[in-house]
Design a protein around this ligand. Sequence first.
Ligand code: ADE
Ligand code: ZN
Length: 322
Amino acid sequence: MTAHLKKVELHCHLEGAASPALTLAQARKYNIDIGAYLRDGVYVWHDFASFLQCYDKISEVYKTEEDYALLTETYLDELAGIGTIYSELIVSPDHGKRIGLGADAYISGVCEGIRRAKAASGIEARLIVTGERHFGPESVIGAAEYAAKAQNPLITGFNLAGEERMGRVADYSRAFDIARDAGMGLTIHAGEVCGAFSVADALDVVRPARIGHGVRAIEDADLVRRLADQGTVLEVCPGSNIALNVFPDFPSHPLRRLKEAGVRVTISSDDPPFFHTSLQREYELAAGIFAFSDAEIDEMTRTGIEAAFVDETTRQALLARI
Ligand code: ADE
Ligand code: ZN
């Protein structure tokens, strides 16, 4: 139904895009037992906290620069195969440090994967460095400092992910100040596990151009109006929201209501194999369950490019392809 449409993805966590097959091969290569987290080709978790734990465990089987190049290249090749022309990957240099690889080697592997994929298909990609709330404000500041100092043209954004119930946005404001001063695009996970107040917090404290998810803003009509008035872009990941039980089913998901209220929305897959989804499926859901026309889907894709953390020349070249 959407095979003919060009696609864009602004919200996908790199390790969250690792296919179970690749993860299993990696685990065997390093003789790591991940049986509690990957069974019968399916990642095992049962709620948001156990999802984050599973995500962190799975990430540990990617150990070298080449592992990260392969992971990145594999996912971008998949995206290019369904007509995706631009991808922003959420990466965690901190994770590189934690596994003993080091932040620079981690990022260097990811960038090599981007180069290989671009050479093969022309797909453009940029990186959003993220801090993880559950590793605490100091580690998030460290991630922002890393992004600010990296001088890497592919690192163009900063994000805050992880356990949304840990602390308030204000606890992490210093990290966003550092990233903003360095000219990074800002986005932040909010309104996913926590309610509308977390989206209002994000707008008040961070003033981001985009919000990761943000869908629970629907609980507050004034906030929806504020998002629409300010032109804040929501990176909406419907399959993720249903898998994590943010909403009980697709008919209750507010994607269409948000769009009709004038909020700028785009579609992404978040951590696709963890949530039994893919960018392809998210576009199919937009056309099917959400009943958006091709023109409306193209509008969301165009919104994604308009809100991309990318230089103006690349943005115009991408827009010309929709
Ligand atoms: N890290 C990976 N996926 C995430 C999500 N959906 N929310 C918060 N942190 C995440
Ligand atoms: Zn996310």
